[in-house]
Design a binder for this molecule. Structure first.
Ligand SMILES: [Zn+2]
Length: 389
């Protein structure tokens, strides 16, 4: 969302948002005049820009060689056709107006290429570059965020993952954003958020790490948000069709999601020998754990909760996907990958199997007693006999 909208890869809802905001602030992280854009936008884009405005200096200098020229000219009365012409002739970003040695391309050359009728406007643009002292910016090394953005050959998922990790290591920022985002529904202390961030980075599987980050970061779109952007769309929960589809409702307050959680809690309570009731805090327990659970079972407890989060996210718009079957497979996938990661550690075999036994014997016992299903039992038996545990 903060990244520049390049028109090709934009998601549908971003396009809607773009229409609503009339294209204002569409340069995302490269936007120069954030303050004006905040005033002129609404909805999620306004929120994103507000946050960006606060962190811009920490993450990236406000001036960048990647800044689109068009975003520099926001104050100038420049004809739309000129931007088009500039783009067509290869002058799209600040860096395009410099040669590889960092020397500015003479304005006359540019005028010659785009047409004499634009000379006055080109001169105004050059003047802005001069005022803002762009010289030297070409030779500056890319900041992590710029590198990330320009790594376009990476697949989209890879970029998103790197972005989450980058954001997640900026603690001060994370605490701010999480507190604001959860404000009305739940209060989290800075201490808790610190724990959340550390816990998230410890999750080994990319898939689940990303899921927990998105959940805590309130990344998942809700019906009220979408109805704000799309005319005529209903803001009710798309599962029960009655309650307002707020974030907390979708995750843990909707009668339908409660039904699913009850199935999971029954399993969790049996395995961990506790009596956990459903509250909103369940959304953080996948990472933070629960102090009522005995220490040896803590890993299993977290995995069970995160697997449940994964099932709910998978059926974000389709509650029929919320099944115990899927939950069991997510849980198995988690544990299997954890076992693999222990096995690839540089330790002696006995140490590794001891660690696996410590972490997961509770799970193995539970599956053997019929807690999961036969297919999982068969798979797990194979792993166990190979490991001799
Ligand atoms: Zn509902």
């Amino acid at each position: 969302m903060l990244l520049e909208l390049d028109g090709k890869s934009v998601e549908k809802w971003v396009r809607w948002e773009d229409t609503i905001n009339k294209g204002v602030g569409k340069f995302g992280i490269f936007t120069q005049k954030v303050k004006n854009d905040i005033k002129n936008t609404i909805g999620p884009r306004q929120t994103a820009l507000t946050i960006w405005g606060e962190r811009q200096i920490n993450w990236m200098p406000s001036l960048s060689k990647w800044t689109p020229l068009e975003s520099l000219g926001e104050d100038l009365k420049i004809e739309k056709t000129l931007w088009k012409k500039l783009k067509e002739t290869g002058y799209y970003r600040v860096k395009d107006l410099y040669n590889p040695q960092g020397i500015q391309i003479p304005a006359q050359n540019v005028v010659g290429q785009v047409g004499r009728q634009y000379w006055l406007q080109i001169m105004a643009l050059y003047n802005i570059l001069k005022q803002r002292r762009y010289s030297g910016i070409l030779n500056k090394e890319d900041t992590p965020l710029e590198k990330l953005y320009n790594n376009k050959e990476d697949n989209k998922k890879g970029i998103a993952r790197k972005l989450y990790n980058l954001i997640n290591t900026d603690k001060e920022y994370m605490i701010g954003i999480i507190q604001t985002k959860w404000e009305r529904e739940m209060t989290l202390s800075a201490y808790e958020i610190d724990g959340l961030m550390e816990g998230i980075l410890e999750i080994k599987m990319d898939k689940f790490r990303e899921l927990e980050m998105k959940l805590i970061w309130k990344w998942y779109r809700t019906p009220p948000q979408l109805s704000y952007m799309i005319k005529g769309m209903n803001s009710s929960c798309w599962h029960c069709k009655r309650g307002k589809g707020y974030y907390a409702h979708l995750w843990c307050e909707c009668p339908m999601v409660i039904e699913f959680w009850q199935l999971i809690l029954e399993k969790v309570n049996a395995v961990c020998n506790i009596n956990l009731q459903l509250t909103g805090k369940i959304l953080f327990m996948g990472v933070l754990g629960n102090n009522k659970v005995k220490k040896p079972k803590q890993n299993l407890f977290k995995a069970m909760i995160i697997a449940a989060h994964a099932v709910i996210a998978y059926g974000w718009k389709d509650a029929s996907k919320w099944t115990l079957e899927r939950w069991n497979w997510y849980l198995y996938e988690w544990i299997q990958s954890d076992i693999l990661s222990i096995l690839t550690q540089d330790k002696v075999w006995e140490e590794k199997t001891l660690e696996i036994r410590k972490k997961w014997s509770g799970y193995v016992r539970w599956v053997r007693e019929g807690g999961a299903n036969n297919a999982i039992l068969a798979k797990l038996q194979k792993v166990c006999s190979w490991l001799q545990i």
